[in-house]
Ligand binder design. Structure first.
Ligand code: AMP
Length: 195
């Protein structure tokens, strides 16, 4: 199964992607996690993207696309994956479409977590206190929400007409949201088995 999980920063994408990974035996591929790992290891990529991550701005498309294509080409991604945090711009949608077309593959579903704005702010500031993520402070969080509205909402408009978008109410508990995701995805796995 090849899936995307989308939603504003703080909508719970990472947590829900991990649950989907486990249930459907597919790796989570998170661009945010890959960039944070690069920053921690102080690799050339990490040095290039650190300031962008710290300010909550997007990494340029060419860099992000290359990182994703390299990761999708690894053996554990052959049978499926869930992409968390990618694509985030309409150019990235085009890059992913091109990659999938060259592989003769297609997306099975796009999960969109819907959480009210006040809850997003609350959740991210709490996460900043608990996990010490350098981009979870009020200034950066506000910027990341603005970036999401400007650059990532148009991505949703691109997937909506394809009939694979599942709008998931993400305002409840982790378990409630997880159950809604399972209800959306389990029918797709049956369709897979039937051919
Ligand atoms: P996330 O953990 O998904 O919130 O991502 C953290 C940060 O990584 C973002 O604020 C961006 O700086 C960068 N990032 C993650 N995914 C992307 C992407 N698809 N395109 C550009 N930048 C990204």
């Amino acid at each position: 199964m090849r899936l995307l999980i989308m939603g504003a920063p703080g909508s719970g994408k990472g947590t829900q992607a991990a649950a989907v990974s486990e249930r459907y035996h597919i790796p989570t591929i998170s661009t945010g996690d890959m960039f944070r790992a690069a920053v921690r290891s102080e690799s050339p990529l990490g040095r290039e993207v650190k300031a962008l991550l710290d300010s909550g701005s997007l990494v340029p498309d060419e860099i992000t696309d290359a990182v994703v294509v390299a990761r999708l080409s690894e053996p554990d991604a052959a049978e499926g994956w869930i992409l968390d945090g990618y694509p985030r711009t309409t150019n990235q949608v085009a890059a992913l479409d091109t990659y999938l077309a060259t592989q003769g593959k297609q997306l099975d579903g796009v999960l969109l977590l819907d959480v009210p704005q006040e809850q997003l702010l609350e959740r991210m500031l709490l996460r900043g206190q608990h996990e010490g993520r350098s981009d979870d402070n009020l200034e950066t969080v506000t910027h990341r929400l603005a970036v999401y509205h400007e650059q990532t909402e148009p991505v949703i408009s691109q997937y909506a007409p394809r009939g694979i978008l599942h709008l998931i109410d993400g305002s409840g508990t982790i378990a409630e949201t997880g159950a809604r995701i399972v209800a959306a995805l389990d029918p797709l796995t049956v369709a897979d088995v039937d051919g």
